[in-house]
Design a protein around this ligand. Structure first.
Ligand code: AMP
Ligand code: MG
Length: 402
């Protein structure tokens, strides 16, 4: 049995980075950048007015009211590109370039423009620099603004667009095959007969894998039959980067997943992790394809997928951050640690009115309790051999992906 941290290290060590590909900007959200993003212009590209009003020389309006002659107009997209002299003003709009010679913008509300006079009255003085964003004050041309390995999310789209990335290089999507094993399983579309249950793991894994950026192929349900497992696995590994199975990795007489992996010549890198739930998780490789044998219990699937498989999928795409987001919170209910194993317990995170983050572990019906798990937003970490951890303790954990 190896510690979780070591298991994650082993996963990352054996996970190859896939090639990159170009995608059009509208398709880039939720992908991983495979190139540094470099500014090709200053931001702002020119001294920019931040207000609608008048470009002036601050010295001209030190004593107010001050009369200035209007010599032009600078609008967004149509600037006034002449020298502005003392005693002059230029009518200016938000986003427009500030004329040479002006050093401040007075907002229109603090001015008066008598009809047809060709002059403006500035009612209050302004200090030099007011309502002007200087060229390159935000970003200098040539600066690296995002790095290969960063996540592209909606917040990064404006940056990509502004620097001309109509298409952007991202890590290729890993191709994942999922395969639920168990002779008791029927598909969601069927009514379970005697001794049967509906498969949920294939759908859970598919959903999490897509959140992690993968494309997913669901394989037919496989019974607990060594030959059938081998046949399906052999066919699957030929056209995917990563195969995830669920079920059949425990000590039961009909748990054939590992046997089938080995029959196919798999190298097994680990097969027992000091984790609750999820101890019998298997990680290995057949040819070039990574293989994960997750336990069958639906909550164990959610925990082990997010700790191990997700890390591999993100590493394949070149992500610099492969783990879930961590949190620190106040425990809202007593929990018990497990002997010799670190626990990751499903929990709901909530902030109280004072701003304190609380983690409330869900009523633990065991690793098969997927109906309780439906409310989970996080996993609370309880160190191995921690004994009883009381309500009010500070705990750490991982936020589930959304
Ligand atoms: P196993 O790891 O094969 O011993 O399965 C552990 C438990 O998880 C058993 O109660 C199985 O019926 C259940 N289980 C296994 N695979 C699935 C699945 N794909 N969907 C829902 N439950 C499953
Ligand atoms: Mg089984």
């Amino acid at each position: 049995m190896i510690p979780i941290s070591q298991a994650i290290q082993i996963v990352l060590q054996h996970t190859p980075k896939l090639a990159s590909e170009g995608v059009a900007l509208p398709e880039a959200t939720n992908r991983i950048l495979a190139e540094d993003i470099v500014a090709d212009t200053d931001l702002p590209p020119f001294d920019r007015a931040q207000m609608d009003g008048y470009a002036v020389r601050a010295a001209d309006v030190a004593n107010t009211p001050a009369q200035l002659r209007i010599v032009g107009e600078s609008a967004a997209g149509a600037g006034w590109h002449h020298q502005m002299n003392s005693g002059e003003a230029v009518r200016i709009m938000t986003g427009a370039p500030v004329p040479i010679g002006a050093d401040a913008v007075q907002q229109v509300e603090l001015t008066r423009e008598p009809n047809g006079a060709g002059t403006v009255e500035i009612l209050e003085s302004v200090e030099a620099g007011r309502s002007i964003v200087k060229q390159a004050a935000e970003i200098k041309s040539g600066e690296t603004v995002l790095r290969a390995g960063d996540d592209i999310n909606v917040q990064t789209i404006a940056t990509l667009a502004s620097f001309g990335y109509a298409s952007v290089k991202v890590g290729r999507r890993p191709r994942v095959a999922v395969m639920a094993t168990g002779s008791e399983l029927v598909d969601v579309s069927e009514k379970p007969a005697r001794d049967q249950i509906r498969d949920s793991n294939n759908y859970t894994i598919e959903a999490y894998a897509k959140l992690a950026g993968a494309t997913v192929k669901r394989l037919p349900l496989a019974g607990d039959d060594r030959e059938e497992l081998k046949r399906q696995m052999a066919a699957a590994v030929d056209d995917c980067d990563l195969l995830v199975t669920s079920g059949g990795v425990s000590m039961g007489v009909y748990d054939f997943t590992k046997t089938a992996f080995r029959d196919l010549g798999a190298e097994i890198f680990f097969e027992r992790v000091a984790l609750r739930p999820g101890k019998p998780t298997v990680f290995g490789r057949i040819g070039k394809t990574l293989i994960f044998g997750l336990p069958g219990n639906p909550v164990s699937v959610a925990v082990t997928f997010n700790l191990f498989v997700r890390a591999a999928l993100r590493a394949m795409q070149g992500a610099s951050e492969t783990s879930l987001t961590q949190f620190t919170a106040v425990l809202a209910k007593d929990v018990k640690g497990s002997q010799g194993r670190e626990s990751y317990l499903p929990a709901v995170l909530q902030t109280d009115e004072k701003g304190t983050l609380f983690a409330e572990p869900l009523k633990w019906g065991g690793s098969s309790d997927f109906v309780s798990f439906a409310r989970a937003t996080a996993l609370v970490r309880v160190p191995a051999d921690a004994g009883k951890v009381v309500s009010g303790s500070i705990v750490r954990g991982l936020r589930l992906p959304t």
